[in-house]
Design a protein around this ligand. Structure first.
Ligand code: NI
Length: 220
């Protein structure tokens, strides 16, 4: 199950451009939950912190698919939380992989714009067509295109601010059965808007935590 939201995450009432120091409320991460110092095997299995999944994996079967307001608030807060997460990072820091072999912070920011543009379009298609089949894309190859590796991050932050403002307006307008509309992913099958909202709320927290965990580990 996904771990609860890390304490740095703020849920803003709406997309705002302020750069409030949302990182100031860090808690010490529990890297080895339940680890015992005794020599005998611990009574409970040790869960090692996996830097790829700092807030846990998204598990559709365990996701809350009815708490739309919480998911919308999380999506609304992404631009502000992302700005806070990258605040005052140098170009060299932005070009540092969040883990060995992983995307750089710059790639993470551009990936969020690429991913959420796709999700926004998919949701609009779901609301205006009858279970459309959507077009997958190779996110790894997208993140490796030149602009995604080198462009100033402010370009994607600006995209995300406008995009999330529109996206949140759309999500807040959904009523009743509209949450059960959806689209067909050729590889992953059917996904309702209720599932997509839960998934992308997780996705917001997932990638911001990549950056904040890197900063903690690096002492930045
Ligand atoms: Ni992602």
């Amino acid at each position: 199950m996904c771990r609860g939201p890390l304490q740095f995450w703020r849920t803003a009432p709406a997309c705002r451009s302020s750069t409030a120091p949302a990182l100031s409320a860090f808690s010490t991460p529990v890297y080895l939950a339940g680890m015992s110092t005794a020599t005998a095997a611990p009574a409970t299995p040790v869960t090692e912190f996996d830097p790829r999944y700092p807030v846990g994996r998204f598990r559709r079967a365990e996701a809350n698919l009815t708490d739309h307001p919480t998911h919308i608030a999380t999506i609304a807060a992404l631009p502000e939380n992302l700005r806070a997460a990258i605040d005052r990072l140098s170009d060299a820091q932005l070009d540092t992989p969040y883990r060995e072999g992983g995307w750089t912070v710059r790639q993470l920011v551009h990936h969020l714009a690429d991913s959420h543009v796709n999700s926004y379009v998919r949701m609009r298609l779901a609301l205006t067509e009858d279970w459309p089949t959507i077009k997958p894309y190779d996110e790894k190859l997208w993140a490796d295109l030149s602009d995604a590796r080198t462009a100033p991050i402010d370009l994607s932050l600006q995209i995300l601010e406008g995009l999330h403002a529109r996206w949140v307006l759309l999500l807040r307008s959904l009523q009743g059965d509209q949450w059960q509309r959806g689209y067909v992913h050729p590889e992953n099958g059917r996904q309702t808007l209720a599932e997509a909202a839960a998934l992308y709320a997780w996705h917001c927290r997932h990638h911001v935590a990549h950056i904040t965990e890197l900063r903690k580990r690096s002492g930045w």
